[in-house]
Write a protein that binds this ligand. Sequence first.
Ligand code: ZN
Ligand code: ZN
Length: 469
Amino acid sequence: MQFIKYLTLGVALSVGNINADANESIVDETQIETAKQLVQTALKSDLGFQIVESLTTEVGPRLAGSEAEKRARAWGKELGEELGFDRVSVEEFTMPFWDRGELELSLTSPYQQALYGTALGGAAPSKKNINADVVYFRDIHALMGVAEGQLKGKIAFVDGDLMVKSQTGAGYGQANQRRRVGWQHAERGKASALMVRSVGSDSHRFPHTGMMSKNDDKWASIPVIAISNPDADHLRRLHNLGKPMSVELSSSSKWKGEVNSGNVILDLVGSETPEEIVLIGGHLDSWDLGTGAVDDGAGVAITTAAAALISKLPKRPKRTIRVVMFGAEEVGLLGARAYAKKHEDNLKNHVLATESDFGAQTIWQLVSNVNSEANPLIDEIGKVLSPLGIVRGGSEVPGGGPDIIPLAAKNVPTIRLNQNGMDYFDLHHTPDDTLDKIDPEELAQNVAAYAAAIYLAADSDVDFRKPLP
Ligand code: ZN
Ligand code: ZN
């Protein structure tokens, strides 16, 4: 890795000779000017793109708990050292490892045709080749009505609707139900296997993988396969013609015991109140089908690059800026939970947290969930971001990103820089999540927004923390 050149080339920052605002404003003119300079520098820098290119190319796909995710931690540590962070560490934890294995899948009746599918995370292997009739369910609600033993010896297929492409990703939570809990109903019906329509907005023939939910601490005991949207359309049409269908399936996906994962932590130590932490980050693991460029190499790159640009200021901001590259997000926020547990006694000093994990298109909105007395500062941040096309959204919006959920649950205040998700569910968890989908200029807009927002939050005395409930 050779990132220093990108930093020194791109950065020409200096704090101007502007006097601090004499009256006690919430943010002084020097800080505003510095934030604006960070925006300009970030827009000219390709550091973010260099980082995501390096991660996706030098490490590749990074399945949670795999040897590749371990290489990603070494990569993250080396990157933090090279970029000059003050403290770099890796905090390991253990987790159960699920391996995708191999899948063979085809329609065998009314005629022979290959189907494009992939196992869902947590799925069991087929004990032998399964060749069985298909029982069609129009959506997850229809499958939920299945009676005990009704699907004995059959393969259930739960259809659904193509997700509507949208800026906000609306509809994902709902569509995701068939992926998350479909297996529980198929198992109650004693089905031999379950196929689900991929959760995505695309019409390409790639299936979308993703994790299933546990039920009473138990994972599925049958194979569960997501099939591509065009294949799901095809099965729907055959069903509507009244054609009996059968499918042949063999899958070797399975759980393989305890392994190590970990979070990589890069700190810029605050110059005045170093114990106070502004936490940003993304997740280092990815699904294994693509190279995890938009989910979530981009988030790792955006937040690391933003902090690296801030590190080139003449002086560290007052508070510590912490970049966390979370491990094992995809399989149940395991890195985020491990972080919250390990830092349990210090969460009161986490003054603000946010994650980038919704692709790599431009940011359009700033939302927050902080102490109401801190909203004027968030509004000031919004003004600095507005030339980037970012509007100030709600001030009572819970969130902050998936890996921030365990922190927010412990009263850590959050902001979120919402990205345009128009292409996100075309690519999400598919073999098509690759570097070429990232526009370097759109990525640089993200870095600019994070750099300015995080600098202003970290150089402030404003307390974002809400009173304890
Ligand atoms: Zn993600
Ligand atoms: Zn994901």
